[in-house]
Design a binder for this molecule. Structure first.
Ligand SMILES: [Zn+2]
Length: 248
């Protein structure tokens, strides 16, 4: 039963008993892991109430072979990020980034993904109030891309025609754009006007954002892409909040 110590981000927590908590962690050195923090809910717990989502710390765990649940012995806090919980758009973006990592991260060390997740959380934490929505969309797209689900936004996925200034249909299940000349079929998707497509490309590529950019349909596009392309029928809890009404 080796003891390991690794930087970790808390993705999700839930109560396990009257006194203990189970944490879903993204560890830097061992990929996603679950750990039980015994006694974490006791008033005088050694964990001191820091085991909350989005916090990063140095986690010391007993890793049990062939077991899904490890035992957390220490969590030395590096950054708490509690302010992400104070407004819904920040919280929604952070929760979705964490949930995607929890479900789709490879079961091994992935430095790029770990860094992308931290950058996403910090960008949300530091975003100016007027730009939270764009920052959230861009941050989640970056996580999606780092997980290996890059939508094809340059050329038609059906005929290969390069799409520059034209509108196109975002076909969610095909994972990219289908031009106006190709048959649309009955797969789920949505027609994008040229301006909407430019905004999507900008958000997806993580290019500098602009306060005057109208995000309009973008939360719905990201939500539907994730739903059809990544979540494959399972429901992501935080996805329900990714709706224009959540931002405003
Ligand atoms: Zn085409």
């Amino acid at each position: 039963m080796p003891i390991v110590s690794t930087r970790s981000v808390i993705l999700q927590t839930y109560r396990y008993s009257d006194t203990s908590k189970i944490l879903r962690l993204m560890t830097r050195d061992h990929g996603p892991r679950s750990a039980i923090a015994k006694g974490a809910l006791r008033p005088k717990s050694k964990f001191g109430g820091v085991l909350e989502p989005f916090a990063e710390g140095e986690a010391t765990m007993y890793l049990k072979d062939n077991r899904d649940l490890h035992t957390l012995s220490e969590f030395e806090l590096i950054r708490d990020r509690q302010r992400l919980g104070v407004d819904l758009p920040r919280f929604t973006g952070a929760s979705l980034a964490c949930e995607l990592v929890m479900r789709l991260a490879p079961e091994e060390r992935d430095d790029r993904l770990y860094r992308t997740l931290l950058n996403a959380l910090d960008a949300l934490l530091e975003a100016d109030q007027g730009q939270v929505e764009q920052v959230a969309l861009s941050a989640v797209w970056r996580v999606v891309r780092t997980l290996g689900f890059t939508p094809e936004l340059a050329a038609c996925v059906s005929c290969g025609r390069v799409l520059e200034e034209d509108g196109a249909r975002f076909d969610f299940s095909a994972g990219g754009l289908v031009c106006g000349h190709c048959p649309r079929g009955d797969s789920p998707g949505r027609w994008l006007e040229p301006g909407e497509l430019r905004t999507l490309r900008r958000l997806e590529a993580g290019r500098p954002l602009d306060a005057s950019l109208d995000s309009g349909t973008q939360p719905g596009l990201l939500r539907d892409f994730i739903r059809y392309h990544l979540a494959e029928g399972t429901s992501l809890r935080s996805l329900e909040f990714l709706d224009p009404r959540a931002f405003g």
